[in-house]
Design a binder for this molecule. Structure first.
Ligand code: HEM
Length: 486
């Protein structure tokens, strides 16, 4: 390939530069190959982490990891690697900026805020039931890849962006938001961990081309801004009589200098939630549902528990849906939720951390300062040292005191179950996700009997940072008890 300048200039300097480039051009390939060989030699013989066991090719090039990521089968690859090399570690650090950002949103994610918004979550859930009831009446199969996503995306819209985006009502991926987020995660997941690589994706030229191709996402940004503008313009008397939601919490945040949060900061928090809190939760819902539908005896046992809880509602709660605080007391539902989320955590790629300033010794290996070390929640959650020889198996009873495990064993498993991460960066939305999952599953099994549309291929799993289930078709039967109650 000839090296020709893109912009013409005149004079001696220009012709000298061209001459220089022409003179070095024949040596460039050799220089690049030489640099690569040197870096390989350094990795194999001198790098401080050279003795850590792992695939040989990965010592030489990050392309090995990119290739594996791009296949979308990391949920299988990571387990194979851990079984082979039996090595895992992680360590967490915190930074002042992260601590500040985290503290200023903590009230928005507290359990009391989430529970105060339970009726709003229920409203979205009831809209889902209306759609699924309809499908059940007509004998139509439902794809839970879609419906769990529509539910979770509308919940974050309603609670944190100012209004439900309309997925459930319109029964579609409005403005292609879900599709665009998945494309974004695929791109970031595959190249985002390599310094500088995201420039191929996020530079003004590709961004411009992308905006032409998916103007829908630009529409979503516009919609998001409009909701915020509406909220900011809301008369004070109206605000005083309305329930405070997550968006209100974000609006009342402060910047580090004590000034009110800028619109940019508020929009970023909303963006974080839609990126981090919708897919993860819908995967969690599908994970629990999938295990229950696969194990019908467990489905029936949870159903019986929920039916009883419905029957025992107080006179004050009669006619209302089961509240989260009642569902979290149901022992078998709780065991099934914990076990399903352990076996299939929504995020299966590595959670990165920096080694501390003095380095750290882990499992006999010295890790130098600032090295990035990371661990997949999936691999950790299958650690036989913690979960025993049945670590890969579905065994909800392991979470039940005096039935499957002792109290001390359960405490130990809770500590090392990292579905929601670990340490100062542990998932900030865990309360919201937990409430959504318990409520959704409890009402679902109370309302329907369910079978896979295709028992020979119940669903497929794809990994792209998240590990999500697709083509999860269910045949639903509306239960008599519910049609009578309706
Ligand atoms: C089943 C559902 C969910 C799962 C499995 C999950 C999992 C995780 C994990 C593994 C992390 C990284 C933690 C670490 O590095 O140690 C994380 C971080 C985060 N999650 Fe979640 N998440 C879920 C739901 C949510 C929801 C509903 C929200 C918000 C509404 C949310 C917002 C966030 C945010 C903002 C972070 C970054 C926290 C930080 O860096 O301080 N997540 N989540």
């Amino acid at each position: 390939m000839a090296l020709e300048p893109l912009f013409l200039d005149s004079g001696l300097a220009y012709s000298q530069s061209v001459q220089f480039l022409r003179s070095v051009q024949p040596y460039l390939p050799a220089v690049l190959v030489g640099a690569w060989v040197l870096s390989c030699l350094y990795s194999v013989f001198l790098h401080p982490l050279r003795n850590i066991p792992g695939p040989y090719l990965a010592k030489f090039t990050e392309a090995w990891r990119t290739y594996k990521y791009a296949r979308g089968k990391w949920h299988e690859d990571i387990l194979t690697l851990h079984r082979k090399y039996d090595f895992m570690f992680f360590h967490s650090i915190d930074t002042t900026e992260h601590a500040f950002l985290r503290k200023r949103v903590s009230a928005a994610f507290s359990m009391s805020t989430v529970l105060s918004l339970e009726p709003e979550i229920q409203e979205v859930q009831d809209a889902v039931w209306a759609q699924l009831d309809n499908a059940a009446h007509n004998g139509r199969q439902v794809d839970m890849h879609e419906w769990a996503s529509y539910f979770a995306f509308d919940v974050v819209g309603k609670l944190a962006l100012g209004a439900p985006i309309g997925f459930v009502k319109q029964a579609t991926d409005v403005m292609d938001i879900i599709k665009s987020i998945h494309i974004g995660f695929y791109q970031m997941g595959n190249v985002g961990y390599i310094p500088g690589q995201m420039l191929w994706v996020y530079n003004p030229i590709t961004q411009f081309i992308q905006s032409l191709l998916s103007s829908d996402f630009a529409k979503f940004h516009m919609w998001n801004r409009e909701q915020l503008a509406k909220r900011l313009a809301e008369p004070a008397e109206e605000r005083a009589t309305r329930k405070r939601d997550m968006l209100d919490h974000f609006i009342s945040m402060k910047e580090p200098d004590g000034s009110p949060a800028t619109q940019g900061s508020i929009l970023i928090e909303g963006g974080n939630i839609i990126g981090a809190g919708a897919d993860t939760t819908s995967i969690g819902i599908r994970t629990v549902l999938a295990q229950l539908v696969l194990h019908q005896e467990d489905y029936l046992r949870v159903q019986k528990e929920v039916d009883q809880a419905y029957a025992q509602r107080t006179a004050e709660d009669a006619g209302k849906r089961l509240q989260y605080l009642a569902t979290e007391k149901l022992p078998y539902l709780t065991a099934c939720v914990k076990e399903a989320l352990r076996l299939h955590p929504s995020i299966v790629w590595q959670l990165p951390r920096e080694a501390p300033a003095n380095g750290i010794e882990i499992a006999g290996h010295y890790v130098p300062p600032s090295a990035t070390i990371s661990m997949s929640p999936l691999a950790q959650n299958r650690d036989r040292g913690v979960f025993g020889p049945s670590a890969d198996e579905w065994r909800p009873a392991r979470w039940m005191p005096a039935q499957g495990s002792t109290d001390a064993e359960i405490k130990q498993m809770e500590k090392y179950n990292v579905t929601f991460g670990y340490g100062p960066r542990v998932c900030v939305g865990k309360n919201l996700a937990t409430v959504e999952i318990y409520k959704f599953i409890a009402d679902f099994v109370h309302r329907y009997n369910a079978r896979f549309g295709n028992p020979y291929r119940p669903y497929v799993v794809k990994s792209q940072w998240f590990s999500y289930q697709a083509d999860m078709f269910l045949q639903l039967e509306l239960r008599d008890t519910v049609s009578k109650q309706a």
